[in-house]
Ligand binder design. Structure first.
Ligand SMILES: CSC[C@H]1O[C@H](OP(=O)(O)O)[C@H](O)[C@@H]1O
Length: 351
């Protein structure tokens, strides 16, 4: 199957379901799931069956739209919408796109107060589709802006997965790589495996291999070595929430890669849609970092335990890279350099 024919999330209104590819079964199996209830959607987001900030936002928008198509009483409609919105918002705390997508759906609905229930259902279907289309368009622009900073034959390093599987289509950190592939740039990419859930090994390596990109899978602790050997000329990573000052929350381990890049004098690029910039969050200190099940560290991906019984585990799913370690933040609206907040304000003010 061609990489870009994989659908991360879509609404099937005939089936009454949010349809996703189950990313926890990749790369061994390409399995699609039809999620019909808020509980099934919540669990799919929490278990990373659908994951990546933009993909989570798109899935939540489609998910609440699909769930609300089953409500036929206008009196119950707003109450049920609020219940499902708050419930889905409780699935994961760090990726801001989950919240901005659900809020956009609510704003669209509130604009139609007094309308009949069929109108309300249609409004949700249209807004969810708009969110997906805007995300896809943004990812293409991110690819163009990102490629403008790269040169043919470059060695690149990425962490976690910020590719086609993390968005509606194409990717953020991987978008310039796919665009470069189309234009014969001949990049060689080092993909960090990204413990503990191995999105790099299971998803980025899978994506880049399928796309015919020269990709080498490395353990996270090898990033310094490949940089030191001069094999990396730029680092490209995604983002889950970018604070107003440019501090960026991304997969755990990202800030370590940024420190290494600084040490080796390698540009460190964060790529993501402006929808991932949270101007209500002044700095990285205010970003809530998700902590996950210790079993993801001790045994999730191993036939045997890799740690002694009862060991205390700290398993943050993200870390924050300080703005001063970030060379530039690339979005669909252009490239921001430190200090970021003025550029962000300009982007946010012109919708
Ligand atoms: C394009 S955003 C991708 C972003 O999301 C990932 O987190 P998770 O796999 O836990 O959803 C990771 O931080 C990626 O950089």
């Amino acid at each position: 199957m061609d990489l870009f024919t994989i659908v991360t999330a879509r609404a099937d209104y005939e089936l009454g379901a949010l349809v996703i590819i189950d990313q926890t079964q990749l790369p061994e199996r390409e399995v699609y799931l039809a999620l019909k209830t808020p509980e099934e959607i919540w669990e799919a987001i929490y278990l990373l069956k659908v994951r990546g900030a933009p993909a989570i936002g798109v899935a939540a928008a489609y998910g609440i739209s699909v769930c609300m198509q089953k409500v036929d009483e206008v009196d119950d409609f707003y109450r049920e919408f609020a219940r499902v919105k708050n419930y889905l918002a409780s699935s994961r705390p760090t990726a801001v796109n989950l919240f901005t997508a659900l809020e956009r759906m609510e704003v669209a609905l509130l604009k139609c107060q007094g309308a009949g229930v069929e109108v309300l259902k249609q409004v949700l279907r249209e807004e969810a589709e708009a969110i997906r289309k805007e995300d896809a368009a943004a990812c293409r622009k991110i690819g163009e802006h990102g490629l403008s900073l790269l040169k043919p034959g470059m060695g690149l390093l990425t962490h976690c997965n910020a590719g086609h599987l993390a968005v509606s289509e194409y990717g953020t950190a991987l978008a310039p790589i796919y665009l470069g592939q189309e234009q014969g740039f001949g990049f060689s990419v080092f993909a960090d495996e990204t413990r503990p859930l191995l999105q790099g090994a299971r998803l980025t390596a899978f994506e880049l291999q399928k796309a015919g990109v020269d990709v080498t899978l490395i353990c996270d602790n090898m990033a310094s070595s490949v940089m030191k050997q001069g094999w990396v000329q730029a680092v490209l990573v995604g983002c889950d929430r970018v604070a107003a000052n440019g501090d960026t929350a991304n997969k755990i381990g990202t800030s370590g890669v940024a420190v290494l890049a600084k040490y080796y004098g390698i540009p460190f690029y964060v790529l993501g849609p402006t929808s991932t910039i949270d101007m209500d969050c002044p700095t990285g200190k205010e970003i809530k970092i998700e902590e996950r099940d210790p079993a993801e560290v001790t045994e999730k991906w191993y036939a045997r335990r890799i740690a002694p019984e009862g060991i205390h585990v700290y398993n943050p799913a993200f870390d924050v890279t300080p703005a001063e370690l970030i060379t530039a933040i690339i979005t669909e609206k252009g490239i921001a350099y430190p200090p970021f907040s003025d550029t962000f304000r300009g982007w946010k003010e012109c919708k």
